[in-house]
Design a protein around this ligand. Structure first.
Ligand SMILES: Cc1cc2nc3c(=O)[nH]c(=O)nc-3n(C[C@H](O)[C@H](O)[C@H](O)COP(=O)(O)O)c2cc1C
Length: 195
């Protein structure tokens, strides 16, 4: 299923056609080379002082990590996300080696996730970001350092038709049009011709 964006100018197709589906092909397997490409795209993201605070946990559907991560998902995320082929848990180092707070840690990790997402869509996969999960369980399960904060789980896989979703609420959301605030509301100062 494709969704078009209502953009005042033409965007790169990968950006225009990216969206976050919840219907995944539960038999799809992502080749290692593609997983590597996702991680390389994330690795080469920019970051403040080239600090690269992002850290990743990789789990493939069927392995123990994937099962353990699935159990941490909250609410309806438990219903749809386990059909994805791959989970990438994105964490960020909140402090520098000398214990000072990293003001841009979340921003840096978000940028790396964004580039990973673009590379994955370019390669024909869908990515859905998930903030609804139990961070404490993830920290304990994977023995993460106290300075490492889990932020998001990326559910990655091959998109399936909306009709594969059994839950009527999920199906309705899948088919809903994408919406955004108008640019005129986002640009709070400065002049831009938006039409
Ligand atoms: C940080 C973040 C957390 C999100 N958490 C969830 C989530 O827990 N469950 C979910 O179904 N979608 C989640 N989403 C997906 C958003 O709902 C989705 O990106 C937004 O509605 C825009 O839709 P689009 O990506 O299709 O354009 C999250 C997205 C982001 C960026």
């Amino acid at each position: 299923m494709r969704k078009s964006v209502d953009s005042s100018v033409e965007l790169h197709p990968v950006l225009a056609e990216r969206w976050s589906p919840r219907s995944y092909d539960s038999s799809a397997v992502i080749p290692d080379q593609d997983v590597l490409a996702f991680l390389e795209a994330a690795r080469w993201a920019p970051s403040a002082n080239n600090g690269q605070p992002w850290r990743f946990i990789i789990a493939r559907r069927g392995d123990e990590h994937f099962q353990n991560i699935s159990k941490t998902l909250s609410g309806f995320n438990q219903v749809w996300a386990p059909s994805a082929s791959l989970f990438v848990v994105v964490s960020t180092l909140t402090t520098t080696p000398d214990g000072k707070p990293r003001a841009t840690a979340m921003y840096d990790a978000g940028l790396s996730s964004a580039l990973l997402t673009v590379e994955a869509h370019h390669r024909g996969y869908a990515v859905h970001q998930i903030a609804g999960f139990d961070r404490e369980i993830i920290k304990n399960e994977f023995g993460l350092d106290a300075a490492l904060a889990p932020i998001v789980i990326l559910a990655i896989g091959k998109q399936a038709p909306a009709s594969s979703l059994v839950d009527p609420v999920l199906k309705e959301r899948e088919e809903a049009p994408r919406e955004r605030l108008p640019l005129s509301e986002l640009v709070v100062a400065g002049n831009i011709a938006t039409s």
